[in-house]
Design a binder for this molecule. Structure first.
Ligand code: PAF
Length: 278
């Protein structure tokens, strides 16, 4: 596995390896969820590139950035075992040589919903880094976990609107045995917080069951929030997957919806969501 530290090295690698590359962008502290994205990328492409970069531009809370777990040696071991061809792990000064740019890639509508309503500037930071990573890595396909569903939707819009030639692949959420969505942040939970966190998935299932029983959007959201009483909530929403807004009514034959949650446990921000299949 090649370890690439500069954007020039990354570009040279892409030019020297023009066949189909699958790309998995990450912020490191890898877990099984990332492992699944890497496996899928390996199965569908000739080579796999993973990036590890904790992007300061997407942290609206400096304390969250400071506490973000980092263990590159552990990550490199996992990537070697996963058969990754190259890992791109640039320094911040390499990515932002003139400091974090003030350039904003922004969707006013989609970024005003869900996480975007609370994490000001977060998605602008995400789109900028994803855009630049796609230019440096030049992959055929890039893989994103659907736990960050809003991120996936925004990246797809950006790729379409800027005519980037990459296919964005959304990959199912990987869960612990009690249903908690895997996240690099889970290591910061206390034992008690970790036990409570499994309630998020239970609440999402309760909302999906309510949808399946034929309840309307307001009532389904009511079920979701009722299951999360006692949680330090940021939001609990039931949204159309295209607009990210709560629909007036469910269009059960053709529509697709998700219940989505963001809450804090032990001061750790956790997000999760579930698809309501038609
Ligand atoms: O999902 C993440 O880990 C990050 O937002 C990403 C896509 C690597 C951009 O920094």
């Amino acid at each position: 596995m090649q370890i690439l530290r500069t954007c020039a090295e990354m570009r040279d690698f892409s030019r020297a390896n023009p066949s189909r590359t699958g790309f998995v962008p990450t912020m490191g502290y890898l877990h099984e969820g990332h492992g699944t994205l890497i496996q899928q990328a390996r199965a569908e492409n000739d080579r796999v590139v993973v990036s590890i970069f904790v992007n300061p531009a997407q942290f609206n809370d400096p304390a969250d950035f400071e506490k973000y777990p980092i263990d590159l040696d552990r990550d490199f071991d996992m990537l070697r075992r996963g058969g990754v061809d190259a890992v791109f792990c640039p320094r911040t000064s390499e990515v932002y040589p003139a400091g974090v740019p003030t350039l904003k890639l922004r969707y006013d509508d989609l970024m005003s919903e869900l996480c975007g309503r609370y994490r000001h500037g977060h998605f602008e930071g995400v789109l900028l880094i994803v855009h630049n990573l796609l230019l440096w890595v030049n992959p055929s396909r890039a893989y994103f976990g659907l736990k960050d569903f809003q991120q996936y939707v925004l990246v797809k819009h950006m790729v379409r609107d800027l005519s980037l030639t990459v296919e964005i692949v959304g990959c199912e959420i990987i869960r612990e045995s009690d249903g908690l969505a895997m996240s690099s942040r889970n290591v910061r939970l206390s034992a008690e917080g970790r036990a409570k966190a499994s309630g998020i998935y239970q609440a999402l299932i309760r909302a999906r069951d309510a949808y399946r029983r034929g309840l309307d959007p307001v009532s389904v959201r009511g079920e979701l929030l009722a299951a999360l009483v006692g949680f330090d909530m940021e939001y609990g929403e039931v949204v159309d997957v295209d607009t990210l807004r709560q629909p007036e009514e469910f269009e059960r034959e053709f529509g697709a919806y998700r219940a989505a949650v963001a809450c804090y446990i032990d001061g750790v921000r956790l997000i999760d969501n579930i698809l309501f299949e038609s």
